[in-house]
Write a protein that binds this ligand. Structure first.
Ligand code: ZN
Length: 224
């Protein structure tokens, strides 16, 4: 029986968290869940599968096909260009999918419950990011309470990157031996490979590696 369930998107942060969980809970003690929520960039799902396989973590892909019906954001709606920036009404980036992390963690908890898993691990962080309100510590603490009450089950949400800068996250990945796995991750909001290097997500990733003084293995592969 696994001790921890990692919400694995196929991105840099959740991949780093998978390795954090491996170190914290041990080999054979973790598994991953990936949500197929109709994301425009299907490459994320391939990346998540490769990362899980490399780490030796069993992975389950759960379909949630409701977000596409909700529409209105650049990550799932092909009609909205990512670079348009901020939504004039909400002041949030147009890549914000309302409620996404709340829903992911709630489904993850529901998946964990019958399996006796009491630890959820997520890569969300409130520092250095785009200001998504469901990535904040207060949101996760409150959700954890709601899940404990609502399922009558002691479950803990771990967000090891919560207060780390992107550079600190890169350093942590290096310490955990996760850098090779980052070659399999996907970050670019434009969904292209090699990454575009220009979208906010690519730039944030590049800045993190530059500040940490490390080469991004994703880009190093393309240089060779
Ligand atoms: Zn990009």
């Amino acid at each position: 029986m696994s001790q921890a369930l990692v919400v694995l998107s196929g991105g840099q942060d959740s991949t780093t968290c998978l390795y954090w969980a491996l170190q914290r809970f041990g080999v054979g003690q973790i598994e991953a869940v990936t949500f197929d929520y109709g994301q425009r960039h299907r490459r994320e799902l391939d990346c998540a599968a490769r990362v899980a396989a490399r780490a030796g973590a069993p992975q389950t892909v759960l379909p949630i096909n409701t977000f596409a019906a909700l529409g209105g954001n650049a990550l799932i709606d092909a009609g909205i260009p990512v670079q348009d920036g901020v939504n004039a009404q909400t002041r949030l980036p147009n890549t914000f999918v309302p409620g996404r992390n709340l829903i992911f963690l709630t489904f993850a908890a529901a998946f964990a419950y019958p399996r006796g898993i009491r630890h959820l691990v997520t890569g969300v962080a409130q520092t250095d990011y785009s200001g998504y309100p469901d990535c904040r510590q207060a949101t996760l603490q409150t959700l954890e309470q709601a899940l404990r009450l609502g399922m009558e089950y002691e479950i803990t949400i771990h967000a090891p990157l919560m207060f780390k800068s992107k550079a600190d996250t890169v350093r942590l990945a290096s310490e955990l031996g996760a850098l090779p796995a980052l070659a399999d991750t996907h970050t670019c909001y434009n969904g292209v490979y090699p990454p575009c290097g220009e979208c906010p997500s690519c730039q944030l990733r590049a800045r993190g590696f530059a500040e940490a003084g490390l080469v991004d293995p994703l880009l190093a592969l393309n240089v060779v």
